[in-house]
Design a protein around this ligand. Structure first.
Ligand code: DGL
Length: 260
């Protein structure tokens, strides 16, 4: 089956990267909305419009399922897309439940974009988990721009994270939830700043479990080089320079994968 992975930019590669390792029989399309990234600082209506345009394109590509590999687009638009299209659509959910299951009664810092943090979806989730007192939310919009520029551990990144992480009493925390798919690229820099006991959790495995269930896929050892067609806002990526850019993100994700 051909499966589409969609994100505002290169963050969704972190979900695709995982899928390539566990889905040996599938082909992939990756759609990065590079014309409109970042989504997180725009209005929900704008994001809904971008997602709608991407879905129009992707549903014409003969795909069997679409993974919205973007927490922001999931928060703003997944419900509307499910009403409009009948193919399986899988969104992202910040791994708050996983964090609380693994580390009961310990605090969690959920990092995400403004849209995700202000959205109804995450607050409903926190209420459902009765976790208001255990969850702190923090928007880290600058990480999206840093990631798009492939700037992962400059002084600017480090200073930004140090400042954003400064207000918390980390002794009481178990983990940082990466509630934006662009944030997976910064695990090493975050690790350098935070106390050693802090773990990193993301929603990638949860999203792919859901995809496997909904689209009835076989899980196994993924192929080394599964077929992937890359698109920037609907334009096929063919230049060797851009393909090398995408490849270098995937190699960085190899390094980040082992940091927990
Ligand atoms: N990668 C996206 C997410 O998971 C959003 C980044 C952005 O465009 O602001 O939330």
């Amino acid at each position: 089956m051909k499966i589409a992975f969609f994100d505002s930019g290169i963050g969704g590669l972190s979900v695709l990267h995982h899928a390539m390792k566990i889905l040996p029989d599938e082909e992939f399309i990756f759609f990065a909305d590079e014309d409109n990234v970042p989504y997180g600082v725009k209005s929900r209506e704008q994001v809904l419009g971008y997602v709608d345009a991407a879905f129009k394109f992707l549903t014409a590509q003969n795909v069997g399922a679409i993974v919205v590999a973007c927490n922001t687009a999931t928060s703003a638009a997944v419900r509307a897309m499910r009403e409009k299209y009948s193919l399986p659509i899988v969104g992202m959910e910040p791994a708050i439940k996983l964090a609380l299951d693994l580390y009961p009664n310990r605090k969690v810092l959920v990092t995400a974009t403004e849209i995700t943090i202000r959205g109804e979806k995450i607050h409903k989730l926190i209420n459902r988990l009765h976790a208001k007192n255990l969850v702190n939310l923090r928007a880290l919009p600058k990480l999206v721009d840093f990631a798009e520029r492939q700037e992962f551990h400059s002084d600017a990144v480090e200073n930004y994270l140090r400042e954003e992480f400064a207000p918390y009493d980390w002794e009481n925390f178990s983990s940082v939830v990466l509630g934006c798919t662009h944030f997976n690229y910064f695990k090493d820099t975050m690790k350098k700043i935070l106390p050693a006991q802090i773990k990193f959790l993301d929603g990638n495995a949860g999203t792919l479990n859901q995809l496997v269930r909904l689209a009835n896929l076989r899980v196994g050892e993924g192929k080394k080089n599964p077929p992937v067609e890359y698109f920037y806002s609907g334009r096929r990526v063919t230049s060797s320079e851009e393909l090398a850019r995408l490849e270098s993100y995937l190699r960085r994700l190899d390094e980040m994968e082992v940091i927990i």
